[in-house]
Design a protein around this ligand. Structure first.
Ligand code: CU
Ligand code: CU
Length: 329
């Protein structure tokens, strides 16, 4: 049995409408959760998120390879421009969050290089607080984005060799760290192995959450910022085609997050740092900062859910669907 698109949207809309009320019930929130006029539960209005800073479906498959040049030593140099800027984003219909962003979007752009490339990141802080970019990976101390705090109006150039191959991430490391991450300063950073991975359809999912009433708990959860985005509009997947997801957990305030896939099992490459999978499962637990590559193939068409296996996160937005369609002969 498959769920049609109309039913999927209806389910998604119900989920979105339930966010505000659900969050209040769960958190006993007394502070302002959202503007009453913007509150979908109050207004009875459900709709589309139009001001998220990203389109979750575009973001899903967008990779920034930088501007490519060659160093005098003959190495590939990938130059990226990243700026920090304050921006209010919409994380569910009518639910706004005053974010701090890289390049105006949460998550920041998915940066991508091949092991051995020289990565150069021109960072400008156009925001109102001191920030940095801390990259996971192997590099010099002064490229670690911790002690060289970049004040508003200032800039810094990070340059290092891309290593080791795997799924890394980047995030601000200014203090208080919890706040700088929770505000939205993070993104995925993929270092491809020189010996390429096998051909697959590739996606990025950054698992995040939003503390919309500043009580140090999240009211909204998501894969790629917008609650229920992939439930309202399922991700189309080709039957028989290998799917690869670069999955990064940056969720603040909650100790763990997880990924559960319906009707299937997936291979897990922990931190993406090996070419052979280390696990085969349908439920993967992730601490903050943990990230894994997962791969799977659907053999039959139909609608399949994926979501956190923490039911609370699921009901507050971290849930989506794969619409598996028959490959056209
Ligand atoms: Cu910061
Ligand atoms: Cu980190």
């Amino acid at each position: 049995m498959s769920l049609n698109r109309r039913e999927a949207i209806k389910r998604g809309a119900l989920g979105v409408a339930g966010i505000a009320a659900g969050a209040r019930a769960l958190r006993g929130a007394s502070g302002p959760f959202v503007h009453p006029s913007h509150d979908p539960a109050v207004a009875g209005a459900v709709g589309q998120v139009t001001n998220a800073g990203i389109d979750p479906h575009e973001f899903l498959e967008a990779f920034d390879y930088g501007t490519v040049s060659t160093s005098p030593a003959g190495k590939t140099v990938r130059s990226f421009e990243v700026h920090a800027v304050d921006r209010e984003i919409e994380v569910a219909p009518g639910v706004f969050f005053p974010a701090w962003t890289y390049n105006g979007q949460v998550p920041g752009p998915t940066l991508r290089a091949t092991e051995g490339d020289i990565v150069r990141v021109d960072f400008r802080n156009l925001g109102t607080h001191p920030h940095t970019i801390h990259f996971h990976g192997i590099h010099a101390a002064r490229m670690d984005g911790v002690f060289e705090v970049v004040g508003p109006g200032e800039s810094y150039v990070y340059e290092f060799e891309a290593k080791p191959f795997g799924l890394q991430l980047y995030h601000c490391h200014s203090v208080p760290l919890k706040k700088h991450i929770a505000k939205g300063l993070y993104g995925a950073f993929i270092i491809d192995p020189r010996s390429r991975r096998r051909t697959a359809r590739e996606m990025v999912m950054v698992l995040n959450g939003f503390d919309t009433n500043f009580d140090t708990e999240n009211e909204v959860y998501a894969a790629n910022t917008v609650a229920f985005a992939y439930q309202q509009k399922p991700i189309t997947v080709l039957q028989g085609q290998l799917q690869r997801i670069y999955m990064v957990n940056v969720l603040e305030f909650d100790l763990i997050n997880s990924m559960h896939l319906h009707g299937n099992f997936f291979h897990v490459y922990r931190s993406g740092s090996a070419l052979q999978p280390q696990d085969y499962t349908d439920t993967l637990m992730m601490c903050q900062g943990e990230r894994h590559i997962i791969e799977f193939t659907y053999d039959e068409p139909g609608m399949f859910m994926f979501h956190a296996h923490q039911s609370e996160f699921t009901e507050l937005g971290w849930m989506g669907m794969f619409n598996v369609v028959a490959a056209v002969a």
